[in-house]
Design a protein around this ligand. Structure first.
Ligand code: AP5
Ligand code: MG
Ligand code: ZN
Length: 215
């Protein structure tokens, strides 16, 4: 089972990809997480991507598709993968189609998480993660059970993403509408697109995704 979770920044792609990973044994492939790891490591890709990401723009297709090709070639991806944050442009989608057909693989579903822009800003600006294990939290929607202590690992330091500032969020949303929204008709024409109401609670969204994945 190979899936794409498509949706604007803050739609819940990462949240739901993690749940699908736990529930169905699929592998989450997040180009955003991969890029943040490159930035942290100070690699060549990281150096190129850092300023672009902080502005809220998209990293060039050539960098992204090379990174993605290497990732889906790793053995664990054979279990099936959930693409989170990729593709984000029509050229990336075309490169993915070529890559999959070369490996005799295919996409089972492209699932759009539909969320209003106003809700996205609120979700992103309240988001933070555990500095140790990466567990996600939110100022209003998901606080640790014991204030200031990670539920999963007990760590007490948390981090916020450099691109989660209000002005950057606006640039990310505009990049989504301009460059990524054209993928909706692209996958619609392939008969693969399904939409889920991403405004619903995390558990309702997860339930709707489960129904699609179980077929
Ligand atoms: P990326 O890391 O992919 O970020 P994004 O698409 O902007 O999406 P987010 O990670 O912000 O949101 P999400 O949909 O994962 O939501 P989440 O589950 O966290 O990309 C970052 C940057 O990297 C890009 O701007 C670009 O520069 C670069 N990049 C990455 N991929 C690229 C590519 N393919 N091409 C070019 N450049 C690329 O949820 C958000 C918050 O809401 C959380 O706090 C969560 O707890 C909460 N929440 C989730 N679901 C719900 C719900 N149902 N109800 C209430 N709250 C909810
Ligand atoms: Mg994410
Ligand atoms: Zn933790």
């Amino acid at each position: 089972m190979n899936l794409i979770l498509l949706g604007p920044p803050g739609a819940g792609k990462g949240t739901q990809a993690k749940l699908l990973e736990e529930g169905f044994g699929l592998v989450q492939v997040s180009t955003g997480d991969m890029l943040r790891a490159e930035v942290k490591a100070g690699s060549e890709i990281g150096l190129q991507a850092k300023a672009i990401m902080e502005r809220g723009d998209l990293v060039p297709d050539s960098i992204i598709t090379a990174m993605l090709a290497a990732r889906v070639s790793r053995p664990d991806a054979a279990k099936g993968f959930i693409l989170d944050g990729f593709p984000r442009t029509v050229p990336q989608a075309e490169a993915l189609d070529a890559m999959l057909s070369e490996k005799s693989l295919s996409l089972d579903h492209v699932i759009e998480l539909k969320v209003d822009d106003a809700a996205l800003v609120e979700r992103i600006s309240g988001r933070y993660t555990c500095g140790n294990c990466g567990e996600g939290y939110h100022d209003s929607f998901k606080q640790p059970v014991k204030p200031g202590v990670c539920d999963k690992c007990g760590h007490t330091e948390f981090v916020r993403r450099a691109d989660d500032k209000a002005e950057t969020v606006a640039a990310r949303l505009s990049a989504y509408h301009r460059q990524t929204a054209p993928l909706l008709p692209y996958y619609g024409a392939q008969g693969k697109l399904k939409a889920v109401d991403g405004m619903a609670s995390m558990t309702s969204v997860a339930a709707a995704l489960s129904v699609i994945v179980k077929g």
